[in-house]
Design a protein around this ligand. Sequence first.
Ligand code: FES
Ligand code: FE
Length: 445
Amino acid sequence: IIKTLDVTDSLTGLKDVCDLENGRIAGKIFYDQEIYEQELEKVFARCWLFVAHESQIPKTGDYITTSMGEDEVIVIRQKSGGIKVFLNACPHRGNKVCFAESGSTRGFICNYHGWSFNVEGNLVGQHESGVYEDSNFDKSKWGLKEVAQVDSYKGLVFATFDANAPSLKEYLGPIAWYMDALFDNQEGGTEFVGGCIRSTYECNWKIAAENFVGDILHAGWTHDSAARAMLGGSVAKVSDFEESYSVNWNGHGYEFALDTVGNVAVLGESALNKYLHTIKPSVAERLGDFRSNMIGSVSSCTIFPNFSFLPGQNTVRVWQPRGPNKMELFTWVVVNKSAPEEVKEKWRKGAMMTFSPTGVFEMDDGENWEYCTKTAKGRVTAQQDLFVGLGMDTLLTDTPLPANVYEGQLNEANSRAFYQYWYDMLNSRSWNEVPDRNVGKQEAE
Ligand code: FES
Ligand code: FE
């Protein structure tokens, strides 16, 4: 198991980049190499990161490869039924041991000198037997390096390199309650359909993660023309929604409007609306009325730092950092396991039309994100203050809902909380030092 990393004290790149109490961030955070290096160490090597859905690896030896920050990993189902995550790097000279994106195997053999590893990651052989016998070589110490903690929430598998990180349950906190509206609204839970779609953008990962944490503001402007040209209707006006919220916790954010199932009509797929209306009574029984009104609604969520999803379009994604100004996007489509096959297929196709490299909304977003990043290359532009101060006074103090709850979606409360947590992680040498800025409830009343 990888030991907890020692973190450096160097914070020189971080001075004056965030002033969230006054709703300001500096453009510099999107294009700075030193800040990026700190992120890899203090955010991606410590936080819980999404690595797989359980449905992708149902049987012993089933695996997928992905990355945690810039560290490549193998996520593999064990004989015991559990899941382990290993560095995808041979402990001999560091060669990559698995080149496939997914598969099923009894083990891995390194291309370079033939070290071989079983599903449990143990070193089980070398191609010249006996060659290490005189070298004081303890085979049991040279298996694939295991990631410190792995845990699942409702089929979503997360891992962290940090043995001292809080539990996944604690990390997600009350945001998990809201996640159930998508990931646990029917018996049997969810599964991914189709494969992983990968694409690259010349943008900083935070711009994308923040877009999903709570930036509904852009949707009616950025996406309206594509919606009208390609999908047969305008993007709904958020100010028309009767009841909507932005909720956040530890940098995670979820924004949603109640009773807006019709949003899925933007996909031109009435079968999906019909399905959502059909299951609504059983969702109400399972999760209560409030969350039954969240299904298929106009909503989006980011789990800090880089895991996001859009209920309604059912796209699930990870914004993989690949440098301060480069991001690789991994996306999947999630559906209820119990949904009829034709509904699953419509969701898969709907996601292709909207949120995939060929999807109209993804192209809209990608262009904006790339320019938000590129402008910050300018030494002067990078110093510019950016405004994230919308809705400073929208905190709801008298609500039965869990987490930090803000009135409406048209505010930047979740974006501020996202950047604040990011800043706090970068400034904290241990988890104990991370300030607790949560003011809301742990549980729904
Ligand atoms: Fe893998 Fe040598 S680098 S066996
Ligand atoms: Fe968008």
